[in-house]
Ligand binder design. Structure first.
Ligand code: ADP
Length: 851
């Protein structure tokens, strides 16, 4: 009979699982889609499908889909609403999701689930056949009565609303034009009902039941409106919208409170206006704010925009337009402070002092932005903090790692729901002054996405020519950033966008030597940890040998962060003991703690950590100070994590030690080679980049062309090394991507060892790029690489001749521990890498005179 009867849904429907709202036939709902299954449905069905049928989906309410893809499908509500997807909007913020606009068509029931992945599809049976209403003669009379009663209530409800609002007038017309049986669903979704009630209406498959259930809801709404109209003042006419059906916060209150509150709000707005006028914001900002406050005064408070505008104005008032701290800069004091806070890092401290000195001489310097580049935990952030301290400025750290949306820097326009200012403006609001030190942490980890390039936004922030009028999208007026001192940190320059790199002065902060780490630990880390754990040097003693043990056997890093953590773990364990001891001491029968040397207690192997806590009642209280020796270390930190494995790995031919540079510092790297019968193929494993693969090919070519000179043969004695032979080169650890040319000499040495059957010296590490002619070219990161070799206990390092100048940066004591071999060609490398040299077979030169 009616339009609805023509609806025929497909017998198989993809299912959208929602848990927020309940969609009823005839109504429209906006729903957010972010679980993996629902996202799949949108992507592969709605966005790819071309027919109208492909936009029909089954919406199953009250089912929250697990966020992980692999989780099992939750139990599904049996009845759902077939719906037409009218609109799909995608967004990446704050995380990837779609917003769907769906219109309900009719009920269905799941007969059988056909598949669960990538999104559920079910065989369904359509439940609403609208002819049913007229065909069921049996209950027609009763239904007719029910529907008439329902219709009357619906009309009464709509007529209580303001008919001059077009939407209300339309609703009134719809009541007459729509088939009666469609009304319960539609009205339920319009009036104020809970999800639970809507779910009950959805489950009411029989029309009669549905009418019976909806009538009380209508009556409740009518009563609510009647009450509302009584309490509303006659002059109030601002709620003409259909939204008025849902009584809102203000009109729900009793009259006296309403007035009070309104007055209060009004006072607030006046206060806000006063604050705006007295604030020191720029002229342009003041103009904008006054315009906004004018709008705010006219706006009903129930409008969502009211809160938005008010938040905006409050932020504008709070921003430090003209408020700054006074710089107190005295270079001598700054030097002392930097030295006190940080051990070693002389080059960095020198450059920072120069920078500060120039600032002192010439106020308001438009200098380059300093960027500290180095492995994690070498003190980049903490130097930034010290700079702020020396200048007497506020410090704020902005973590840029993973930021891939330019609005993170520049804010969202206020037209967006949930819009907010970017991190720079937020930072200024937090510190409350306009000349703080901003540390832009991890600029090398900036991402890029469809939402624009954050690096480009940062350019505007950092460029001294532009940043005096930085415009955040949210503020929409310029803010002067020229007083802010920006410092950046990064692990590597390789991934910093070139334009950004161009604006910054790079200062390398290399990793620390073992000796430096020991000093840092004893001067800074241990006192800090003791303080954090409420311990005193009279309670715990960590000798230098123990610190060395932690550095070599429990950590392998360029910085000191994990060392700091290990020291923290030791302090925690000792704190437990000390606390227990104090508890014991309060008991009367406890003997006095001994004195002198013998009062030190060694936490020995049999004093397991458990014994520290569990057997406390049995054990005597510890005698102070608790000495952390090797056994105590093992108890607290477990067995050592790193042992020197060098000599063991070099016990067979075909292995050599290379030196690699990573953003986390230098590392030693074993290169392994093996050969087998085959057709002359080269296999490379260990996640290598293109440059590294090329180095391997270069190495093989050079060895093949020099095989005769060195008497290198394959298994069958031929000088053509690849004849009937396959070579496999492996670079552990296979999970880490490696690239760069500096492994060239290591590959040559490793292969030379393989084909000559001789062992490479186990205390030698090497680095250097090679050419086809056998020359050794210079490479980068020498300091970090040498430190890594030293850490690993190696004795000799082969480096390219032209890198000799880089050795000056390395501490004297490290240089003394190691022997350096400067190589300019591969002959020299091989000679140094093998015990007794790698002899070239002298060419027998018979010069037969032709005279
Ligand atoms: P980064 O920013 O380089 O990753 P941090 O600045 O966070 O490293 O440093 C980690 C910890 O190591 C901090 O507690 C810092 O005080 C300490 N630290 C690092 N280097 C030194 C040093 N040279 N002197 C004193 N403490 C240091």
């Amino acid at each position: 009979m009616a339009a609805g009867s023509a609806i025929q849904i497909p017998s198989r429907l993809p299912l959208l699982l929602t848990h927020e709202g309940v969609l009823l036939p005839g109504s429209t709902m906006r729903t957010s889609v972010d679980s993996p299954r629902n996202m799949q449905l949108v992507r592969s069905r709605l966005l790819k499908g071309t027919s109208l049928r492909s936009t029909i989906i089954g919406v199953i309410p009250n089912t929250s889909d697990p966020t992980s893809d692999c989780d099992d499908l939750p139990s599904l509500h049996r009845i759902g609403t077939a719906a037409l997807a009218v609109q799909v909007v995608g967004s990446n913020w704050p995380k990837p999701h779609y917003t769907l606009l769906v219109t309900g068509l009719c009920r269905f029931q799941i007969l059988q689930l056909l598949k669960e992945k990538p999104y559920p599809v079910a065989e369904v049976e359509q439940l609403d056949r609208l002819e049913q209403f007229t065909n069921q003669h049996k209950s027609e009379e009763e239904l007719g009565e029910l529907s008439e009663q329902f219709y009357k209530y619906a009309v009464q409800l709509v007529e209580m609303l303001d008919m001059s609002v077009p939407a209300v007038a339309k609703l009134r017309r719809l009541l007459d034009n729509l088939p009666r049986e469609a009304l319960p669903d539609i009205l339920t979704s319009i009036i104020r009902t809970s999800n639970q009630e809507k779910l009950q209406i959805l489950d009411a498959v029989r029309l009669e039941e549905r009418f019976k259930m909806t009538i009380p809801l209508l009556v409740r709404q009518i009563e609510g409106l009647k009450l509302l109209q009584k309490t509303r003042k006659p002059k109030q006419d601002d709620d003409k919208r259909i939204v008025a059906i849902r009584p809102n916060r203000r009109i729900n209150h009793i009259p006296s409170t309403t007035e009070d509150e309104e007055e209060e709000d009004h006072d607030d707005v006046v206060m806000l206006e006063k604050k705006i006028r007295t604030s020191s914001m720029s002229e342009q900002a003041l103009k904008l704010c006054l315009k906004e406050i004018k709008r705010l005064k006219k706006m009903p408070q129930s409008m969502p925009e009211y809160a938005l505008t008010r938040n905006y104005l409050e932020l504008m008032v709070e921003l430090p337009w003209n408020k700054s701290t006074k710089d107190r800069l005295e270079i001598r004091a700054a030097r002392i402070l930097l030295d006190n806070d940080h051990y070693a890092m002389e080059k960095l401290k020198k450059r920072v002092l120069e920078y500060l000195a120039v600032r002192q001489l010439k106020n308001n310097l438009k200098g380059p932005i300093l960027c500290f580049v180095g492995p994690p935990g070498v003190g980049k952030t903490s130097v930034g903090r010290s700079i702020a301290k020396t200048l007497g400025r506020e410090f704020h750290r902005i973590a840029l790692g993973g930021v891939c949306d330019q609005s993170d820097i520049r804010g969202h326009r206020r037209t967006y729901v949930g819009s907010m200012p970017g991190r720079i403006i937020n930072g200024l609001k937090t510190v409350g002054v306009n000349n703080p030190v901003f540390l832009l942490d991890e600029v090398d980890k900036l991402g890029k996405s469809l939402q624009g390039d954050p690096a480009a936004a940062l350019l505007e922030v950092l460029d001294p020519e532009q940043n005096h009028s930085f415009t955040d999208h949210y503020l929409n007026v310029a803010f002067d950033l020229s007083q802010v001192l920006f410092i950046a940190t990064a692990n590597t320059t390789a991934t910093i966008p070139p334009a950004l790199l161009d604006r910054m002065e790079i200062i390398q902060v290399p990793g620390y030597t073992q000796e430096e780490k020991i000093e840092i630990a004893h001067r800074h880390l241990i006192p800090k940890q003791l303080e954090q754990h409420g311990l005193t040097p009279q309670q715990i003693q960590i000798p230098q040998v123990t610190t060395l043990d932690i550095i070599t056997r429990y950590t392998r890093e360029a910085g000191v962060r994990s060392l700091d953590r290990k020291l923290g773990a030791i302090c925690r364990a000792v704190a437990v003991k000390v606390a227990e001891g104090q508890h014991k001491e309060t008991k009367p029968d406890r003997a006095e703690v001994g004195e002198g040397e013998d009062c030190k207690e060694h936490v020995t192997e049999d004093a397991k950590p458990e014994s520290i806590s569990d057997a406390a009642d049995l054990a005597l209280p510890p005698e102070m100070p608790i000495l952390i020796d090797f056994h105590a270390l093992k108890d607290i930190l477990g067995p050592p994590m790193y042992e020197t494995e060098v000599s063991e790995r070099l016990s067979q031919p075909g292995v050599a030690i290379g030196l690699a540079w990573t953003p986390l510092g230098g590392e030693i790297m074993f290169v392994e080679a093996s050969r087998m019968d085959g057709e002359g193929q080269l296999t490379l494993t260990g996640q290598l980049g293109d440059v590294m693969k090329e180095s391997a090919h270069l190495a093989i070519s050079w060895l093949r062309s020099n095989a005769k000179r060195y008497q290198l043969t394959n298994a069958s004695g031929s000088f053509d090394l690849l004849d009937n032979t396959d070579i496999h080169l492996h670079f552990p650890a296979g999970a880490v991507t490696k690239d760069g040319p500096s492994a060239g000499v290591t590959i040559v040495t490793c292969l030379a060892s393989l084909f000559s059957g001789r062992l490479v010296c186990s205390d030698v590490a090497m680095t250097g790029e090679i050419t086809l002619r056998g020359l050794v070219l210079p490479v980068g990161g020498i300091k970090d690489k040498v430190l890594a070799a030293h850490r690993a206990g190696l004795k000799r390092v082969i480096i390219p001749q032209r890198n000799e100048k880089d050795l000056e940066e390395i501490a004297v004591n490290i240089r003394q521990d190691l022997t350096f071999v400067m190589a300019s060609c591969l002959d020299e490398v091989l000679n140094a890498a093998f015990d007794g040299g790698f002899a070239v077979k002298p060419r027998v030169e018979h010069l037969n005179s032709k005279l």
